[in-house]
Design a binder for this molecule. Structure first.
Ligand SMILES: NC(=O)c1ccc[n+]([C@@H]2O[C@H](COP(=O)([O-])OP(=O)(O)OC[C@H]3O[C@@H](n4cnc5c(N)ncnc54)[C@H](O)[C@@H]3O)[C@@H](O)[C@H]2O)c1
Length: 373
């Protein structure tokens, strides 16, 4: 590729290295750095290892892997990112750290678009205090970045059209599906996924077994059940994400942090990484007789959350695509609602609301966009 913009990556941890791989594989030159010398020194070997695995799997030729590796240049400091047209930061999830980093980048890589890979901070907050906040956008990659097709492109209130267009063009140029989303907590996927876990935890708190819940979702075509997914992510990581969204949404009961999750973390049963989780090391058993009712309940809540985001201006088909690609769901929340039948979805929400404790009733309030489905 000729005349392609040089991409900068700050932070060479899990996400930064994966993002660098995405771009070098697609033919972009990448300049990357990390404040930790060991992360810089090891980056080439880690990338070579990842590319070798692709070659071994027959997904890339050895020649292409060698060329991709040669396109990564690890540089000692942020100031060395000056030739970049777009700098993506994947440093610590800390507002002060990200702001300080972008302030440094905008002084050296003048005019570069600054993209943050934050999962939980407001992109507008990262841009605050910069000389050119219009150059800041969110580019939210999913883990593992080379494998996950979706990237959420986040515009904050002051993001400039040129910055958004450049971020979109290069990310699509690297083969990703880019979906625009507002600067709201959890963007699309992390917000609309809440009920997948949350309603499973509600069921658990009501006394259903982890196996029944996960088996019901597997029977409905989901690749993994919600509780097994928490086991994979780590209950502590999941709790932190849930608490973050709950706080950002002013503690609305749709984002309830269930006691059963807190207790799990307090016990140290974090999932795969601790050796025991909600289900781990076991797999779900046979689906219970009422498996379709469990799936209906979770899909009704997924659709209701998606409807609440649609009311904020995100097109339903964009939400379906994002959920399909970002969470590997077999169908998006609106597709699922149509397959279940909108009347059944609405009736299920009404049923759940009628039997909920007063504090939880607003959790099940029908969202207007779903009323019209
Ligand atoms: N891990 C995920 O699943 C995931 C998914 C999407 C987004 N994110 C976001 O991506 C970002 C990075 O996450 P990660 O999981 O790759 O973290 P990580 O801890 O694996 O890597 C962060 C890297 O940044 C480096 N770093 C920290 N401060 C720096 C600075 N000021 N300048 C240069 N380098 C610095 C660290 O040395 C480390 O190597 C976070 O904002 C996170 O929220 C993570």
């Amino acid at each position: 590729m000729e005349n392609t913009p040089v991409i900068g990556v700050a932070g060479l941890g899990t996400m930064g290295l994966g993002i660098a791989q995405v771009f070098v594989q697609a033919g972009f030159s990448v300049l990357a750095t990390d404040e930790v010398a060991a992360a810089r020194d090891g980056a080439g070997a880690r990338l070579a290892g990842a590319l070798d695995r692709r070659v071994a799997a027959g997904r890339m030729t050895a020649e292409a892997a060698g060329a991709a590796l040669a396109r990564l240049e690890v540089v000692p400091q942020i100031a060395d990112l000056s030739p970049c047209a777009l700098v993506i930061e994947a440093v610590a999830e800390d507002l002060a750290v990200k702001r300080a980093l972008f302030a440094q980048v905008e002084r050296t890589a003048r005019g570069a678009v600054l993209a943050t890979n934050t999962s939980s901070l407001r992109v507008g907050a990262v841009a605050e205090g910069l000389a050119q906040p219009g150059l800041v956008v969110g580019l939210h990659f999913f883990n593992p970045a080379p494998a996950m097709k979706l990237v959420e492109l986040v515009a904050h209130a002051g993001s400039g059209a040129r910055a958004l267009a450049l971020a979109r063009a290069v990310t699509e140029g690297a083969g990703k599906t880019v979906i625009a989303c507002p600067d709201r907590p959890g963007f699309i996927v992390n917000r609309c996924a809440r009920p997948f876990y949350g309603e499973a935890l509600a069921l658990l708190e009501e006394g259903r077994s982890p196996s029944d819940i996960d088996a019901a979702m597997l029977a409905a075509g989901y690749r993994i059940g919600p509780l097994s997914l928490i086991d994979l992510i780590g209950a502590d990581v999941h709790l932190a994400a849930t608490e973050g969204i709950s706080a950002a949404m002013d503690g609305h009961p749709r984002y309830r942090v269930f006691d059963v999750l807190r207790a799990q973390v307090a016990r140290g049963d974090l999932g795969v990484k601790s050796g025991r989780g909600f289900l781990h090391p076991d797999a779900p058993g046979e689906p219970p007789p009422d498996a379709p009712a469990i799936a209906l309940r979770i899909e009704a809540m997924l659709a209701n959350e998606a409807a609440s985001l649609a009311a904020e201006g995100v097109p339903p088909d964009a939400i379906d695509t994002a959920m399909h690609l970002g969470l590997n769901l077999p169908r998006g929340p609106f597709e699922a609602a149509r397959a279940q039948g909108p009347d059944r979805i609405r009736a299920e929400l009404a049923r759940l609301r009628a039997r909920a404790s007063p504090g939880l009733q607003p959790r099940y309030d029908l969202q207007p966009a779903l009323a019209a489905l």
